[in-house]
Design a binder for this molecule. Structure first.
Ligand SMILES: Nc1ncnc2c1ncn2[C@@H]1O[C@H](COP(=O)(O)OP(=O)(O)OP(=O)(O)O)[C@@H](O)[C@H]1O
Length: 357
């Protein structure tokens, strides 16, 4: 649940953050906000500065410049440097390392030393129940599976009731099926507890599945911050379009009629792309319509590759005038075989046009 903007200050507000290592800047004038109760995924390629942003929010590093506030309380910048243990943040990292010499209950109770013993056990027990691990309270970590250990780590991080959870690639050590289940459970628990979270991932599918908003990072900056469907369907830059999913790329020029002719058909040029301007047209695989070869359509091609993706079939279609085959996703097992002739058209949704840089 995301609280009304006016009700509570943001769980995290970073303003104009810059940071680096040695002389090298890796975070550049970064603005980022996580509302109370919101799950934001920090998504981007390796080395773009995601973990550094998390470390700054955690107080493990002091920024070169800029400010950080947690729940409306300034914690970094302007001479402040509140240490990590006083920030009311919870951590969940890939190498979540439970304490091997403590029981599951002992692990969860560890961060609750300020509470009297009975209250500590009660809160720890309630947190274990929340992640479905109440029956394992007296077990030791080495007897648990990876997924169970991850659940205990989540309970341990949530027990002290943090204002903000910081998660750094927390599921990357799990196999794909388990990973999906634990990810859904984690999102459910965070939402049920109304805990805000900032989660680092380089996996677009993970961010699309978990986030209320995705902050897409490139080279130390947030290039777009939006709800998952918006980021996928209205990327602000070619980088964002490529990072969120497959695209076929076509370069062409805007015509005098304000349209761009491509081998797949004509698309309207957006404002600012005047006649003669070089354009980059990017087409998502699901934006291509396939028809029987004899249909009157904008383009004709031939199927060169065919791959079952479970719910979808991925096809590559060679078209005259295009260097690379067009990537197409069809629902179901597809009615096309390699070598088939097809007619093609474009939907408007899933086609993005940018000025060619
Ligand atoms: N302690 C450090 N000392 C020097 N350089 C560092 C240090 N930590 C990170 N870097 C560099 O800063 C840049 C950003 O690193 P960061 O770990 O924040 O990126 P990331 O987006 O989380 O990448 P990844 O997904 O690979 O972890 C990288 O080029 C990295 O090599």
């Amino acid at each position: 649940m995301i609280h009304a903007a006016s009700a509570l200050p943001p769980a995290l507000a970073c303003r104009g953050l810059s940071h680096g290592y040695g002389q090298r800047a890796v975070i550049r004038a970064l603005d980022l906000e996580v509302a109370a109760g919101e799950i934001v995924c920090l998504l981007g390629p390796s080395g773009c500065g995601k973990s550094t942003t998390l470390r700054l929010a955690a107080g493990l590093e002091d920024p070169w410049s800029g400010t950080i506030a947690l729940g409306g309380r300034p914690v970094s910048g302007q001479g402040r440097s509140v240490p990590p243990e006083e920030r009311r943040i919870g951590f969940l990292f890939q190498d979540f390392a439970l304490f091997p010499h403590l029981t599951v209950l002992g692990n969860v109770a560890f961060g609750l030393r300020a509470l009297p013993r009975p209250a500590r056990r009660q809160r720890a027990g309630a947190c274990l129940a929340m992640v479905g691990m109440a029956d394992y309270a007296e077990a030791y970590p080495h007897t648990l599976s990876g997924g169970q250990q991850q659940r205990v780590a989540l309970a341990r991080a949530l027990a002290p009731e943090p204002l903000l959870m910081l998660l750094d690639e927390p599921f990357s050590g799990l196999d794909s099926r388990l990973r999906r289940r634990i990810r859904e459970e984690t999102a459910r628990v965070l939402r049920a507890r109304d805990v805000a979270a900032l989660m680092v991932t380089h996996d677009p599918e993970e961010a699309l599945a978990m986030a209320d908003r995705i902050a897409l990072m490139e080279d130390g900056r947030i290039v777009q911050c939006a709800a998952p469907p918006l980021l996928y369907h209205q990327p602000a830059t070619p980088f964002a379009a490529r990072f969120l999913g497959d695209v076929t790329e076509i370069t062409a020029r805007t015509g005098a009629d304000g349209r761009i002719e491509t081998p797949l058909g004509s698309v309207p040029a957006p404002a600012g792309l005047d006649a003669g301007t070089a354009a980059l047209v990017m087409v998502r695989p699901e934006a291509v319509l396939l028809h029987p070869a004899e249909t009157a359509a904008a383009a004709r091609g031939r199927v060169t590759a065919h791959r079952a993706l479970g719910r979808l079939t991925e096809l590559r279609i060679a078209i005259d005038g295009m260097a690379e085959p067009v990537l197409v996703h069809q629902d179901g097992d597809g009615s096309w075989a390699i070598g088939d002739g097809v007619a093609l058209g474009l939907r408007s949704k899933g086609v993005f046009v940018f000025a060619q840089s």
